[in-house]
Design a protein around this ligand. Structure first.
Ligand code: PMP
Length: 400
């Protein structure tokens, strides 16, 4: 009965790792997937996460009962506080509902399903380009996906005029996906002034903001600054959705911990929204997993652990920033043609190099360097030792 099934292609991002794993070369380098690596090229488990896990193991009162459909209550409260701010009027006025979901992706997906059932405008505008999974998550929920201009290849910066024009001509009420900070794949974020203009335009047209916050703390190393965009939208009293992921900022990738918050106008509406979110979640996976959310809740609840987390988070962000400088210097020292200043200007985990598809395949074939075909490299996968190899490859690719 399954003979007719065709072989599907690999995921464009996760497929990079599949190809990398098959390569026997000792100098191979995986800059595809956005996962943090240490200077030694190893995955990192934060000390504070190990400590929280140890506490969980030692706590004999813990049981493995199901969580409620919406997840761990403490985790949800603390997650809303983390992204919206402890003094958020929306939290104080009890008009936010937060549900624990399967990391950032699951949070986006639950939000998309909710909107498709209960929101009257089934169009979402997503940035061009964006994380490759965004269009699929929304299209599969029955929402029409359109793009708004975001990146200008000529300046390797924000196409702000294009963005304003496209959102300005979107139908009233359309949903708009915004990367809260550290835009993936471009590393280009609006300035605070530009965010304010975006906010005014969106509110004047009743466009509904859906924030994707996958990198809070990774852009600047500061959790509050990285939440600025979300907070100005919440401060004006209007509605918005926020999908949070703890994959990167706590290094909990495989634990799949995230949260969806929906900011409403009144507590009564928030309560009804939550009741409907439960109806979305229950037939999908019933209730979310316990372990990862328990780790996060421990860390967010305890001021010492929270403090320890911010220090470790800042160290990750700083190492990435130092890799930007090292790669930039290495290209300058080689006299590589072109202006590479975008490497140090861009923000977050990725550099959108501007290398084209052919240059990328050349670097993979000749230098065993793996990255997505759009020329995005994960700075978090680089180390002082591997920067020269990458710089050699880029130099060869652009001077060929
Ligand atoms: N949004 C963006 C912009 C991302 O880059 C990612 C991870 N690469 C995610 C969401 C979701 O990640 P996860 O589901 O692992 O939390």
């Amino acid at each position: 009965v399954f003979e007719h099934i065709l072989q599907a292609s690999e995921d464009p991002i996760l497929g990079v790792t599949v190809a990398y794993n098959k390569d026997p070369s000792p100098v191979k380098l995986n800059l595809g997937v956005g996962a943090y690596r240490t200077e030694e090229g190893k995955p990192l488990v934060l000390n504070v996460v190990r400590r929280a896990e140890q506490m969980l193991v030692n706590d004999n009162s813990r049981v493995k009962e199901y969580l409620p459909i919406v997840g761990l209550a403490d985790f949800n409260k603390l997650s809303a506080k983390l992204i919206l701010g402890a003094d958020s009027p929306a939290i104080q006025e009890n008009r936010v509902t937060t549900v624990q979901c399967l990391s950032g992706t699951g949070s986006l997906r639950i939000g998309a399903e909710f909107l498709s059932r209960h929101y009257n405008q089934h169009i979402i505008y997503i940035p061009q380009p964006t994380w490759g999974n965004h269009p699929k998550v929304f299209a599969l929920s029955g929402i029409t996906v359109k793009f708004y201009r975001y990146y200008d290849p000529a300046t390797r910066g924000l196409d702000f005029q294009g963005l304003l024009e496209d959102l300005g001509s979107a139908p009233s009420g359309a949903i708009v996906l915004l990367h809260a900070c550290a835009h993936n794949p471009t590393g280009v974020d609006p300035t605070p002034q530009q965010w304010e203009q975006i906010r005014q335009l969106m509110r004047s047209k009743a466009l509904l903001p859906f924030f994707d916050s996958a990198y809070q703390g990774f852009a600047s190393g500061n959790l509050d600054s990285d939440a600025h965009s979300v907070r100005i939208f919440v401060a004006d009293g209007g509605e918005c959705l926020v999908a949070q992921s703890y994959a990167k900022n706590m290094g909990l990738y495989g634990e799949r911990v995230g949260a969806l918050s929906i900011v409403c106008r009144t507590p009564d509406v928030a309560g009804r929204v939550e009741s409907q979110l439960k109806l979305v979640i229950r037939p999908m996976y019933s209730n979310p997993p316990l372990h990862g959310a328990s780790i996060v809740a421990r860390i967010l609840k305890d001021s010492n652990m929270y403090q320890e987390w911010t220090v470790e988070l800042k160290a990750m962000a700083d190492r990435i920033i130092s890799m930007r400088q090292k790669l930039f210097d290495a290209l300058r020292n080689r006299g590589t043609p072109g202006d590479w200043s975008h490497i140090i200007k861009q923000i977050g985990m990725f550099t959108f190099t501007g290398l084209n598809r052919n240059q990328v395949s050349f670097m993979t074939e000749e230098y065993h360097i793996y990255m997505t075909s759009d020329g995005r490299i994960s700075m978090a996968g680089l180390s002082s030792k591997t920067v020269p190899h990458l710089a050699d490859a880029i130099h060869a690719a652009v001077t060929r």
